[in-house]
Design a protein around this ligand. Structure first.
Ligand SMILES: O=C(O)CCC(=O)C(=O)O
Ligand SMILES: [Fe+2]
Length: 349
């Protein structure tokens, strides 16, 4: 006789981050107003939301993941033809496992060196920027013969993400009762950035016991991030009390508030700490069931204001929110977007 398996339990309940319907965000009437209110609440509470029914067809998202997997499965000597330098300049190309290291608001080189030893990560990334903007470093592409078709796909994918980013910025403006293009007007040079992340399969134990992370806890330093994740899981956000899983929901994109948007909204919206660890379903105590954690892929589009723009309080956000902006203490007056990005990325290399 077959037995009924007890439902799998998470060690920690997933974060109760809402799924906001993009069609409602872009619609009219009461449903529209409700969707805006839901997004505002999600950003106040978590700094994160899932967006369903968005403008990029799932087939295109699947294609992007297929390109990513093909790239990272190339032999190392091929990927090494487009190496990311040992510094962040230019922030382009393939980052081999161990080259970059994420930390949170640590700006002291010695301290970062120490953290590299005590909180190592297992990841590779491909760092890319706008293929259209003249204001940013050129992308590093493999010869077309090594990887046919990738440039054409990337251009089209970049375009789709940029459109979605601007469309969401408009919704954010509606939440904040600003003119609809208020935030987009300040993103004309397109210094936005896209990281393609690959977390190779690895033994489960060192992830479970925190000897390794896939990605250390951090806040994003841009304005709004669009995050596409595959079905594997492992992303967690800190809800003010503890880290909780952001379980993958098919056909959605995760969006989150970065440091600059937290600063601009004066803490009304939260730039939340997040990290990538073992998927929560592997944290149940059935240790002999699985030895290795499988490959994981994600793609992040970091929306960023124009480099020389001063990141300061938006009209209507003068009253401080419930969250203290992360940049308090380190956020000088008249800080530009590029200064903040460089300050933070420099510490990753
Ligand atoms: O891989 C993920 O799901 C998270 C990536 C991330 O947080 C980042 O690149 O800033
Ligand atoms: Fe992040």
């Amino acid at each position: 006789m077959g037995s009924i398996e007890a439902p799998r339990k998470f060690y920690t309940e997933p974060a109760d981050v809402p799924v906001v319907d993009y069609r409602a965000l872009k619609g009219t009437g009461e449903t529209h107003q409700n969707a805006l209110a839901q997004l505002d609440r999600a950003f106040r509470t978590y700094g994160f939301a899932y967006i369903s029914n968005h403008s990029i067809p799932q087939q295109k998202v699947d294609e992007a993941f297929a390109w990513s997997s093909r790239f990272f499965k190339l032999p190392e000597q091929v990927k090494a033809k487009v190496p990311h330098p040992a510094s962040n300049d230019p922030h382009r190309g393939w980052v081999h496992d161990g080259l970059s290291h994420v930390s949170q608001m640590v700006f002291d080189r010695d301290e970062v060196q120490e953290l590299r030893k005590t909180s190592p990560e297992r990841k590779e990334t491909l760092e890319t920027g706008s293929p259209f903007s003249k204001e940013v470093p050129e992308n590093k592409w493999l010869p077309e013969g090594d990887f046919p078709g990738h440039k054409a796909f990337f251009e089209s994918w970049w375009h789709d993400c940029t459109e979605l980013n601007h469309s969401l910025l408009q919704s954010l403006c509606e939440c904040l009762q600003l003119e609809q293009d208020y935030l987009s007007r300040n993103q004309t040079k397109n210094i936005c950035h896209m990281s393609w992340q690959y977390y190779p399969s690895m033994p489960l134990k060192p992830l479970q016991n925190s000897e390794f992370k896939r990605l250390n806890a951090h806040t994003d330093f841009g304005q709004l991030t669009l995050l596409f994740q595959d079905a594997v899981g492992g992303l967690e956000i800190h809800d003010g009390e503890k880290f909780r899983p952001i379980v993958p929901i098919p056909n959605t994109v995760v969006i989150n508030v970065g440091d600059m948007l937290e600063r601009q909204t004066n803490g009304r919206w939260k730039s939340a700490l997040h990290r990538v660890v073992a998927p929560s379903q592997f944290m149940i105590p059935k240790e002999d069931e699985v030895d290795d954690v499988i490959d994981r892929y994600s793609i992040a589009y970091f929306g960023t204001p124009d480099p020389d723009s001063i990141v300061s309080t938006l009209p209507g956000c003068e009253v401080k929110g419930q969250w203290n902006p992360n940049m308090i203490g380190t956020w000088a007056d008249n800080m530009t977007a590029s200064t903040w990005i460089e300050k933070r990325i420099a510490m990753e290399y």
